[in-house]
Design a protein around this ligand. Sequence first.
Ligand SMILES: *Cc1c(COP(=O)(O)O)cnc(C)c1O
Length: 249
Amino acid sequence: MAVCNGLGVQVIEDCAHTMGALWNGRLSGTEGIIGCYSTQTYKHMNSGEGGLLVTRDPEVMARAVMLSGSYMLYGKHTAAPGAEAFADIRYETPNVSGRMDHLRAAILRPQLARLSEQCERWNERYRAVEAGVRGTPGLTVVERPEAEYYVGSSIQFLLLDWASAKVQEVVARCAARGVELKWFGAGEPVGFTSRYDSWRYAPSERMAKSDRILGGILDMRLPLTFSLEDCAQIARIIRAEVGAVHQAA
Ligand SMILES: *Cc1c(COP(=O)(O)O)cnc(C)c1O
């Protein structure tokens, strides 16, 4: 933020996976001019599809309301700024009909009320897996900074500087025991493992430090349907399979 503020750059935060997280006690999505949240199936609140934005800037919000497709009914929007914010914007902003419908909002409101509680449940699961894999030879746990309150809806750990074939062997052995790990080091993106160089619509320079991390990082979602015992069991499987491949290397 200090760098961007110094350069006069407006920050729009993509908070799709940090809903409920804090840095130094401040919620993600409240540092920049806009915070964006996704509420599709894999996020912290799930309405199937959808999302929302937050801002303290009345002009930005007025524009968002017009863009979303309020027509001239913006006065009915209970979270919209006052009519004065729309005075010119209503003539200048096209309608792209990106509205959130009432049905989705109704699905989300009870989830919003439970968000903090759910975040704590994710973190219990995260800590159970983390405690179980910590100390495995060859495996690096990601140490979380003190300033961070994370939401452990997924966990990442590293097999840093391992040969690709060995990482793939760990992934295959875990999969055979029902533990699905995602690896970001493969040449081709699969599922959610696309990375900066997977997309060809924009040029990218090689980033050696990022590549080193991507080549060793494994990721797993921690759905709330997992019990704490499930998490401990998953950690035991990861520990055993990483251990077996590491020892053979
Ligand atoms: C899921 C996700 C998105 C995309 O959200 P959609 O609702 O699928 O468009 C964007 N950024 C991050 C960081 C995400 O995790």
